[in-house]
Design a protein around this ligand. Structure first.
Ligand code: ADP
Ligand code: MG
Length: 922
């Protein structure tokens, strides 16, 4: 480690590992006693050091610069000439005191050595003169060091500063700005407000690429390596505070988190162009010297900066509009700068770049020059040089220590790069890398990173599914006759698609393993009928079946439907709602408990503790995405191990279904019942609402009914209510004499029910509602759906709303009223897609593309946090591969107990656990 970081910066190694290092204290103490008198009498001390370091690592010492440096000193020590040993002992004292508590003598030696290295003064422990500095050599890179044999046993390529003898001159004193960490943290959003110049880049030490070591074999080795990657950025010696702050502000406080900040683009700086060769219209990078800078004001008062730069071939004009004041200071005459931008033809045919990115160039800066360099999302161009230097160091020194959690055979079969290499290539691609491909995340490096992310997601799902499969479930009578008997209760012939999915469900139900199936079907595709038939199969076999719906309105609608279909069978249905509010709940719950009720319909209330079943055999969860996995588990826990059928009307693209519901078997209803009319969808600006109302009015005159839906904005239910209430009042006038009713979330259940019933009976003609009607309401006579503030709804929500109409024979309309001025960029694209297609799956694909998976699944966080490199829209093929491998792995080794799966098991429990818990929306 760098002595300037002070002896106590590294955290001590834990327990046993610390003991291993403490064994070095007595011999070192002996060596430094009496002005290093004991030094010459110590034999094989280097070997002892190396042994202690190796033991400490095995015992779980976190990898740290100090530990590495100690190992390297040890490797070199025995071969050192006597004159060098004293200084080496000083450095040993520095490193050791950073790792474990040391006695006063050693601490004093460490302090003296630190002072010497810092100030170039001779150390005088115990008043004796220290030897003069050894041969000064140019020490710009460790490989240029000629004075120390490359230590064979130490980790190769470790940070150079304290590795081996090193003249004091190589360690510069901190510059004024850096001393004591006084350099002000630069806000990442912009340059310092006082107009001062942007920070000059730190003189970061040149780094060497550590060769990628072989994968660790033992758990202790892995733990040591993981600890190195989990180390806070703050623990990295000489890390410049500005880029560190940039990373930390973005929530990337550790080495690994920083390494997972993926560049948004790259710039090829392997070959620079000469200015004279630049062609107008092309993007180019040149290295030039600043000749002159001029700042003036444009006519509108805005600042304009012009700079003339030149290389040996010619001159180039830089023009900055609206440049901040520090820009001028950044461009000091005589300084070398990298300018990148589009070359245009300026005044008098001169070559010009307008608002180019400009970076100060330092000779020998290998992180920013002579290679392909990353551009990160967020930081400004002037912040990039220092950020790249830090990233380069992380890639060179620490990325190689990462553990590859993917099992080796998987990597081989799927031709994946190792993690360390992938990280390095993702940030600093090798020359010749296809950069557009990298931006599309299609290079081998990103393929590997995407695969890894999807693999662990699938591994978690595979394990969950495995857990279900081994439980003992119920084998119902699901013979073709039983299925026909159930279907005979329906007042219509099932569609082919309904039959097919019921066949799949019946097959599962007939087997003793528990069913765990997802039933997808567009709005109005008739999922309720399928669920009903499945429930009858359970009932006919002597079990109870429960159907859980997300809202009371929906649950009561199901109750009505099921009761009607059961009419005359003698099978009793119970409704379980909120105990305090709904009437007859005591009796209902008693009927469920005693088994008098064979079918049970309800809301969340079904999850309440006092709801017990006599013999629960099948659980159906409607509109699954509204419930969490825990709720599903609670309901399942009320039977011995009931079969589970999960239904969703949110069309889920295949990738998303695999990614998030991958532990469920899937069935899909692909056709709508006969007699449906396509819904004509039209988009209106706020000013065109009269037209929309006219269309609605025409249908009202024809005896049809109309829905008007207002969005719900989570923050203020009051405002929403005000919107809907005012809207309802206005519409009562607009549509008079047709009757307008209002339905909103703050009404009592009885009130809601009364309004809903009146609408169903046709006594209310226009139903104004907040989104409570979003799911499942079924009123065939309604033919118009007006959506207010359509720009605020997601595509899948809009599609659901549209599904409320078009259920009868009449031509139906969905009229979207949008306020585009306040809307985001996506809004128009979304609403246009709505107008153009009726296909729920196509809409879901568009939604996935526009908004990410979180919105689609109704769990906002998951979209942002769950997948960082993978994109379900783009990476479908990789998802399939990752899924195959993950499921095969769990099949072969359900407990992930084999040694070759140990790293994957650790990663699943550690790195991925918190991210994957978000995936459990199913
Ligand atoms: P969803 O899948 O959206 O839950 P529902 O189960 O509410 O759809 O069905 C929508 C409407 O279609 C209901 O009125 C239902 O009675 C009717 N329906 C379902 N299946 C058929 C069918 N095979 N033939 C005719 N009508 C059907
Ligand atoms: Mg439904």
């Amino acid at each position: 480690m760098d002595p300037r970081d002070g002896p106590n910066r590294q955290r001590p190694a834990p327990g046993a590992a610390a003991q291993a290092l403490l064994a070095l204290v007595p011999p070192l103490r002996f060596a430094v006693k009496g002005g290093f008198a004991g030094l010459s009498r110590l034999a094989g001390f280097g070997e002892t050091i190396r042994g202690a370091v190796a033991r400490a690592r095995v015992l779980g010492a976190a990898d740290s610069p100090a530990l590495r440096a100690l190992g390297e000193e040890g490797a070199a020590f025995d071969a050192l000439p006597a004159a060098e040993r004293r200084r080496a002992a000083g450095r040993l004292a520095v490193h050791l005191s950073a790792l474990v508590p040391v006695p006063a003598e050693i601490a004093a030696v460490a302090r003296a050595a630190t002072a010497e290295l810092l100030g170039g003064r001779p150390a005088r422990p115990g008043g004796k003169g220290a030897p003069a500095p050894s041969t000064p050599t140019s020490t710009s890179t460790p490989s240029a060091r000629g004075d120390a044999p490359s230590p064979p046993a130490a980790p190769p390529g470790a940070p150079p500063p304290s590795a081996g003898p090193r003249p004091a001159v190589a360690l510069r004193a901190p510059r004024a700005a850096e001393r004591g960490g006084l350099r002000p943290l630069q806000p990442s959003a912009g340059p310092p407000p006082d107009g001062s110049a942007p920070p000059t880049e730190p003189e970061a030490p040149p780094t060497t690429q550590r060769p990628i070591p072989p994968e660790p074999r033992t758990a202790a080795e892995r733990a040591a390596r993981r600890a190195a990657l989990a180390a806070p950025l703050a623990s990295i010696p000489r890390a410049h505070p500005s880029p560190r702050a940039l990373l930390e502000e973005r929530g990337r406080a550790t080495v690994e988190q920083a390494l997972e900040l993926w560049p948004r683009a790259w710039q090829d700086r392997t070959t620079l162009r000469r200015i004279r060769e630049l062609v107008f219209g092309e993007e180019a990078i040149v290295l030039a010297t600043v000749k002159s800078v001029r700042s003036k004001r444009m006519r509108n008062g805005r600042p304009l900066i012009e700079a003339a730069v030149a290389d040996e071939s010619g001159g180039l004009q830089l023009v900055f509009f609206n440049a901040p004041p520090w820009k001028e200071k950044q461009l000091r005459p005589g300084e070398a700068v990298l300018c990148s931008g589009k070359v245009s033809e300026g005044f008098g045919g001169r070559r010009q770049m307008t608002n180019p990115e400009v970076e100060k160039h330092q000779p020998g800066d290998s992180a920013n020059f002579g290679r392909i360099v990353p551009i990160y999302p967020g930081p400004a161009d002037w912040q990039h040089p220092a950020l790249r230097k830090l990233m380069k160091r992380l890639c060179d020194e620490l990325a190689p220590l990462s553990v590859d959690d993917l099992p080796e055979p998987v990597r081989r079969r799927r031709r994946l790069l190792g993690r360390a290499e992938a990280l390095r290539e993702a940030h600093f691609p090798s020359p010749g890398t296809d950069l557009p491909a990298a931006e599309a995340r299609a290079t081998p490096a990103f393929r590997r990173l995407v695969f890894e992310e999807l693999f662990f997601l699938q591994l978690a799902l595979a394990r969950r599914r495995q857990g279900v499969k081994v439980e003992a479930g119920i084998a119902f009578d699901a013979s073709p006759e039983a299925v026909e008997r159930a279907l005979a209760r329906l007042p219509f012939a099932p569609t082919g698609s309904q039959r097919k999915v019921l066949g799949e469900i019946a097959r599962d139900m007939g087997r003793p393993e528990p069913m765990n199936r997802l039933l997808q079907g567009d709005v109005g595709s008739g999922k309720t009928a399928v669920a009903f038939a499945a429930m009858l199969l359970a009932v006919q076999s002597g079990w109870q079946a429960a159907l859980m719906a997300p809202t009371e309105i929906l649950a009561e609608q199901h109750l009505r439907t099921l009761s009607r279909w059961l009419d005359g069978t003698g099978v009793e249905v119970a409704y379980v709602g909120n105990a305090a509010r709904a009437k007859g709940q005591q009796e209902a719950r008693q009927a469920v408990r005693s088994g008098k009720a064979r079918l049970v319909v309800g809301t969340h209330a079904l999850l309440e503790q006092d709801v017990g079943f006599e013999r629960l055999g099948l659980v159906v969860v409607d509109e699954q995405h509204r419930f969490g996995v825990l709720q599903r588990a609670t309901l399942i826990g009320k039977g011995r191990r009931p079969d589970v059928l999960v239904m969703t009307a949110t069309p889920i693209p295949r990738t998303l279904a695999l990614a998030f519901y991958g532990d469920l078997d899937q069935s899909k209803i692909t056709e709508l019942p006969p007699g449906r009319t396509p819904v004509e969808t039209r988009l209106f600006g706020d000013s065109q609402r009269k037209k929309a109302y006219q269309l609605a009015r025409a249908d009202l005159e024809a005896g049809q009914q109309v829905y008007v839906v207002y969005p719900l904005v989570a923050e203020s239910e009051k405002t929403d209510l005000a919107d809907a209430t005012t809207g309802a009042a206005e519409l009562a006038t607009v549509f008079a004499p047709h009757r307008v009713g209002l339905l909103h979330g703050q009404m009592k259940p009885e009130e809601k029910q009364a309004v809903m019933d009146a609408f169903r009976r046709g006594e209310i003609h226009v139903l104004v509602a907040t989104t409570v009607i979003e799911v499942g309401v079924d009123v065939p006579n309604a033919s118009v759906m007006i959506v207010e503030h359509a720009e605020r709804f997601g595509l899948s929500q809009l599609h659901q709303l549209r599904g409320r109409v078009g259920r009868g024979a009449a031509r139906s309309r969905c009229l979207l009223l949008a306020h585009f001025r306040k809307a985001g960029e996506d809004a128009r694209e979304r609403l246009t897609a709505m107008v153009e297609t009726q296909d729920g799956f196509e809409l879901a694909r568009v939604d996935l593309h526009l908004r990410g998976p979180g919105e689609l699944l109704g769990t906002r966080q998951s979209g942002a946090a769950l997948l960082e490199v993978a994109d379900l829209y783009r990476d479908e093929a990789i998802l399939e591969e990752a899924r195959e491998e993950a499921f095969a792995l769990v099949e072969a080794d359900p407990g992930l107990a084999r040694p070759e799966h140990a790293a994957a098991a650790e990663a699943l429990r550690g790195r991925w656990a918190s991210r994957l818990s978000l995936a459990q929306v199913g």
